[in-house]
Design a protein around this ligand. Structure first.
Ligand code: HEC
Length: 291
């Protein structure tokens, strides 16, 4: 009987401790999360999704999109990006020659080659990113050199990391981004691209619906399954297509006299996808937005 009490207490303490770790601590940390403000503005973040988009989250969930897609951008650090924005009286050719002369500054030596290489074949189009460095002093040394040479440059704070480099977002995802999502569809497997910022990347609802109906009509080698059942194939009324009928390439389109129209679920899902945006700087995930 004595051991019974010990076993009970041991089980109680270990379950209680894990409950504190997995339930209580996150609630204390994030349970009171509120809207925050977008950096250097008075705008709130995030805003409640529209009605359609809120319903779309449930369609996303019901169709298991999160089995193949994540909605979380990771970041490894921050860096300064030095961009050329104006050449003054210099010509693009002179600027390339000038960039090579940067060799004389020892602290810039390792960057000079990279800059010279990126200027190879540059047609003079501005703005032109010269280099990205995590070293603030180096970035300001470079900006000083550019200023002395009579050209204009801008130094921006940017997030770095593989997801950012893939173009999946401008900064890491933070808890505030999901404030109004119930349940949050973070996902853990990336058979397809991350969708945290898809509303900025592909802001066209019709294209989203074409892709859901026939992924190969948008991405020829796509392995994404088709979600045809979110659409209805029906006969055209008096031979005329309805306004929301999909406009698909010939090989994916319906037979003559028929049209493919989205069911409400498809429209809601597209509205949800368009509402997935994480393109503003926040206190806990800052960056300098491009002008
Ligand atoms: C079996 C895995 C799988 C499932 C399930 C899946 N997808 Fe995909 N998805 C992919 C793959 C692979 C791609 C990349 C090829 C392409 O663009 O079609 C992709 C691409 C996408 C894109 C384009 C991304 C971009 O960067 O252009 C969107 C949007 C998308 N999926 C949304 C959805 C939605 C919404 C659902 C649920 C209804 C879903 N996916 C379900 C695998 C999947």
């Amino acid at each position: 009987m004595k051991t019974g009490v010990c076993v009970f207490l041991a089980a109680f303490v270990s379950l209680g401790a894990s409950w504190c770790g997995f339930v209580l601590a996150p609630v204390l940390q994030l349970g009171g999360a509120k809207q925050t403000v977008i950096l250097q503005t008075t705008d709130n973040w995030p805003l409640q999704r529209t009605g359609d988009a809120t319903l779309g989250l449930q369609v996303y969930r019901a169709n298991g999109c999160a089995a193949c897609h994540t909605e979380q951008v990771r970041q490894t650090g921050m860096a300064n990006e030095v961009t050329l924005t104006g050449l003054g009286i210099r010509k693009p050719e002179d600027f390339s020659a000038f960039a090579k002369s940067l060799f004389v500054l020892p602290e810039l030596a390792s960057y000079t080659n990279a800059i010279a290489a990126s200027l190879n074949g540059w047609n003079g189009a501005l703005p032109k990113t010269l280099f990205i460095t995590g070293d603030n002093d180096l970035a300001s040394a470079m900006a000083d050199r550019l200023k002395a040479a009579g050209v204009k440059s801008e130094t921006r704070l940017v997030a770095t990391g593989a997801d950012i480099a893939r173009g999946w977002g401008l900064r890491q995802s933070v808890a505030a981004d999901y404030l109004y999502d119930q349940p949050v569809q973070l996902g853990s497997l990336r058979a397809g691209p991350d969708l945290a910022n898809i509303g900025v990347r592909v802001p066209d609802a019709n294209l989203q619906m074409n892709h859901l109906y026939a992924p190969k009509s948008v991405a020829p080698n796509s392995t994404m399954p088709s979600f045809k059942f979110l659409f209805e194939v029906r006969q055209k009324i008096n031979g005329a297509a309805s306004p929301d009928a999909l406009n698909l390439p010939k090989e994916f389109a319906a037979a003559d006299g028929f049209e493919i129209v989205p069911k409400p679920e498809a429209k809601q899902l597209a509205a949800y996808l368009l509402s997935l945006k994480a393109n503003v700087p926040l206190y806990e995930a800052p960056f300098t937005p491009a002008k």
